[in-house]
Design a protein around this ligand. Structure first.
Ligand SMILES: Nc1ncnc2c1ncn2[C@@H]1O[C@H](COP(=O)(O)OP(=O)(O)OP(=O)(O)O)[C@@H](O)[C@H]1O
Ligand SMILES: [Mg+2]
Length: 269
């Protein structure tokens, strides 16, 4: 089998919004370089002006970004790579670019063409930054012609779910529509991250094991300080003083990072 020289790790939640993809992508991006012993790029696909991953990492999201490259307006990856304000030598950010979802949908650019551009873009970014891991933060309900290429190109998919009674229904939908179908082409690792969990309420882990193909189920607790950090202070939670329950969040992030590190190492051979 062909061994890649970088690994694409995608954060996805199907049709559900606000599950914590961006929060976890940003916090793991900052903790991964040390654990992995290498550089990391976060591709922020928060189209439709959320741009939160870029802003959390202190990057001006009005510069050209991923969608400009994918649509063919930009051909030089140097124009879309920025350095994170934190760990600027090991964490890089690609902002979403100027296209909105409806424009991506209506541009008439085929899945095949976007997949070609995507593969070209991520390998050029990896080469340029010498990153070993490219994290991709998808929005909720991304345009299909963007979603399919991103999932096809992923080596690891982190399904970020909000701890809720219907979590199994959401996972089943993603599994039937995407994971089973796309996994035929490339063998992938799928982790399920149960975010915003209330410890001791219900052990949902056992019930959703089947959706973590070759991967892990990881629970991340609901911590109000995380919401405060992300939404109010616009700062990655793991960088704050570990007050209140932040220590518990940090521990869960470390768990995610340890898991990704192990999986990335095994894929890179
Ligand atoms: N473990 C947690 N505990 C408490 N709040 C959390 C936790 N994880 C995320 N949040 C909060 O939930 C809100 C949504 O998180 P986030 O923006 O990361 O979700 P998302 O899945 O990226 O959303 P979207 O689908 O809109 O891209 C944010 O205010 C964030 O601070
Ligand atoms: Mg998001």
């Amino acid at each position: 089998m062909l061994i890649p020289n970088f690994v694409q790790v995608t954060y996805y939640s199907g049709t559900r919004g606000g599950t914590g993809k961006t929060t976890l992508a940003v916090n793991t991006a900052l903790a991964l370089p040390q654990s992995l012993g290498g550089r990391v790029v976060l591709v922020d696909l928060g189209v439709d002006s959320t741009d939160r991953a870029s802003r959390l990492l202190g990057v001006d999201s009005s510069i050209p970004g991923a969608t400009d490259f994918l649509m063919g307006d930009v051909n030089d990856v140097d124009q879309i790579i920025a350095r994170s304000a934190y760990l600027p030598n090991s964490v890089f950010v690609v902002p979403p670019g100027r296209y909105r979802s409806y424009q991506v949908i209506y541009t008439d650019v085929s899945v095949r063409r976007i997949l070609d551009r995507w593969l070209y873009m991520v390998s050029a970014i990896a080469m340029r930054t010498r990153a070993r891991a490219i994290l991709v933060d998808l929005p909720a309900q991304p345009p299909q012609n963007l979603l399919i290429p991103v999932l096809v190109a992923s080596h690891i998919i982190n399904l970020v779910m909000e701890y809720s009674s219907d979590v199994e229904d959401v996972l089943r939908e993603i599994d039937d529509e995407y994971v089973k179908v796309l996994a035929i082409k490339v063998s992938k690792v799928v982790n399920v991250i149960l975010n915003k969990a209330f410890p001791g309420v219900d052990n949902q882990e056992a019930r959703i094991r089947n959706y973590a193909h070759g991967g892990a189920v990881i629970t991340v607790p609901m911590v109000p300080e995380v919401h405060f950090a992300t939404a109010v202070k616009l700062k990655p939670a793991i960088l704050l003083e570990p007050k209140g329950q932040l220590g518990a969040f940090r521990k869960a992030v470390d768990n995610v990072v340890k898991t990704i590190t192990r999986q990335v190492r095994s894929i890179l051979g």
